[in-house]
Design a protein around this ligand. Sequence first.
Ligand code: FAD
Length: 503
Amino acid sequence: MIIDEQNYDVIIIGTGAGGGTLAYKLAATGKKILILERGNFMPLEEQNISHVDLFKKDRYHAPEKWYDTSGEPFSPQTNYAVGGNTKIYGAALLRMREKDFEAVQHQDGISPEWCLKYQDFEPYYTEAEQLYKVHGKSGQDPTEPPRSMDYSYAAVNHEPPIQEIVDAIASQGLHPATLPLSLTRQNDDPTGDAEVFGISLVLGFPNVTLKTDAKVVCLHTNGSGNQVKSVETEINGQKYLFSADIIVLACGAINSAALLLRSANEKHPNGLANSSDQVGRNLMKPLMTAMVQLSATPNSGKFPRTVCLNDFYWGDGDFPYPMGHIQNTGGLLQELIFAESPPILSVLAKVIPDIALEQLAKRSIGWWVQTEALPDNQNQVRLKGEKLYIDYTPNNLEAHDRLVYRWIDTLKQVEKTLEDSLFKRSRIYPRSEIPIQVTANHCGTCCFGEDPSTSVLDLNCRTHDVDNLYVVDGSFFPSSASVNPTLTIIANALRVGEHLTYS
Ligand SMILES: Cc1cc2nc3c(=O)[nH]c(=O)nc-3n(C[C@H](O)[C@H](O)[C@H](O)COP(=O)(O)OP(=O)(O)OC[C@H]3O[C@@H](n4cnc5c(N)ncnc54)[C@H](O)[C@@H]3O)c2cc1C
């Protein structure tokens, strides 16, 4: 074991949406910062993979196995690299709705109230949208929360066939809106992520050190258990101990919880910061169904997601409970999670030669239908020896089914309207829910709150039990909302960064 004699002000573990953004926020304070990231920089050609090959291989699956409740192993689709999962994400950065921060009755239970409200997050949402160059247009979506400032970057135009569909949806009295996207506007690396807008901006700072291929395996506390005193890390097969005044976990909701559980010791027998027994619990994987609409005319297969629709977010005429959010998927030749979604194109991919698959993808318009998952104590990250288990039973299924069928009705109308141009009348809408190995949009596991007996983190995302330990990634969410989580993770990292600036 090599003991690094330096004492840092802050150690940040992980460089995804939470860690990468926090590093950016703290770098200019002059604090001495060590960033530990288990992955390395991702080559550009790997990031921008846009080929039918995507549908055939387990791309971006971590080289490790996790286990489901029945003990079946699977390779999680999670990305260990500088920038974390934002290196492979769709870059749709949406604000949660005002009511998402309140207790809301869903058909299958209650989505709990947050201890901070939309107004508390609003300034940080604005800062996050500026930092990540979010291109959007306000005023189109009736569920959109109030903003202190309009988007600084204009929304991108829809592809021509998508514009036709948007118009046809609007003609039904619905409100399709432009999807806010983080974009660099650079051809070689078009999507904005936590490397581009976080880590790469701090690498020149003399007070910041980044160590890649540095996997943190355990946090050690002092004798009384109220301070993390060292961070055990594997680098090139060698073990190191690093220390700092403040330690920030930002490994993603599943890996941060696993690391806390792995760091159990005499003072913390059930896992570090786990006196509440809540570490790892209330994992939420929002329900997502991928849906294909077959079009008569081909498209490029490579265009960004640009449309979203929230008319059914809070319910529909005959269903007074929240249903969720809809987005188009973007061109199917570049849609990563879509490729994971059996039995649509990925199953066809196994039997059809490349060229047929490519043509199929180009004649398809994809949609994501997303519904909030409710927190459930039994849905959890759990360790048994070295093995990481994900116990997960989806909930809120009826609301999701309602949304899927409501969307099929909408698409049928669209096809009727565009029968002469874009669509032959389709009788089928192949669809599939995402499998357990896709952990995109997951959150929860270390909920923040005021009561140490029911939450892991306080309002500043510091653990209730360990004074110098923070968690700044998707773990802190008390509820998942139906919109994607990353803008809220980024905004929260900026908020906690402000707090740490003065700590
Ligand atoms: C295919 C795909 C598409 C997506 N599309 C969208 C989208 O359009 N919009 C949206 O809002 N969200 C999207 N998401 C979700 C988004 O990527 C996540 O919400 C976000 O990246 C989570 O941020 P995080 O900081 O919690 O964790 P991550 O981004 O996962 O970062 C965790 C980091 O910690 C590192 N790490 C883990 N364990 C250790 C360890 N032991 N030691 C050191 N380092 C460690 C990892 O390598 C990684 O860099 C998508 C996700 C996927 C997979």
